[in-house]
Ligand binder design. Structure first.
Ligand code: MD6
Ligand code: FE
Length: 212
């Protein structure tokens, strides 16, 4: 089988089932950022409340048939934005095509995401170590696209106490994890005060999933 053109030296295996595709989304990045701007005028970025009652420092929104939300009742996927009652904006075809191509380059054929979480990190913002486990079909991978200010991604193992590694994620980098790594713990270290020509002081992240 031939994989889509992507140089082997830009594909870094993190663990069985998980890899980092450096620069995979670089060419598409301006298009993605423009779309994020439009999408978040319809479904604004907001700070969700965790089930424990904490305000998340990362600002979030969604596009696609399902959106990930959190409130005092727990974490779940919803077809509508709870703030407006309207369906989440449709996922742009450029988003789903990129996610499908990245998954294929990582060895996961036919990935069809139905949920795209849009995350905005300001300086000082972090995401604590967690597993993504609200999705129904754990045979489907996660595809995570980094845009703007460079972040330090914290990559752990299947158990919370497993050793963690810090990976530098730059504008255009894509991480894919699935298979034996699907439930690995991960997070984002506190974002440093920095600047990117396309995003000012922010980092944006798109996380694609097959949730339903
Ligand atoms: C990232 N985000 O921003 C990774 N997971 O690079 C996540 O892992 C994540 O932002 C679950 C829910 C929200 C998230
Ligand atoms: Fe996550």
């Amino acid at each position: 089988m031939t994989l889509p053109l992507f140089p082997d030296d830009a594909r870094e295996t993190l663990d069985p089932g998980a890899c980092l595709l450096r620069g995979f989304a670089l060419e598409q990045a301006p298009t993605l950022l423009h779309a994020i701007h439009t999408l978040t005028t319809h479904a604004p970025l907001r700070h969700l409340i965790t089930p424990g009652g904490q305000r998340m420092s990362v600002a979030m929104s969604n596009c696609g048939a399902l959106g990930w939300v959190s409130d005092k009742r727990g974490y779940r996927y919803t077809p509508c934005d709870p703030d407006s009652g309207a369906p989440w904006p449709a996922m742009p075809s450029a988003f789903s095509a990129l996610a499908t191509q990245a998954a294929a380059a990582a060895g996961y054929a036919d990935f069809e995401p139905d949920a795209c979480l849009i995350n905005r990190y300001a300086s000082g913002t972090r995401l604590s170590l967690h597993q993504d486990k609200n999705e129904r079909d754990m045979t489907q991978p996660i595809v995570s696209v980094s845009l703007g200010v460079t972040a330090r991604f914290v990559w752990g193992g299947a158990e919370r106490n497993d050793k963690t590694r810090r990976l530098t994620l730059e504008h255009g980098d894509v991480v894919v994890w699935g298979g034996p790594a699907r439930l690995n713990f991960h997070g984002v270290a506190e974002l440093a005060a920095s600047h990117h020509a396309l995003t000012d002081s922010y980092r944006f992240n798109l996380t694609f999933r097959k949730a339903g």
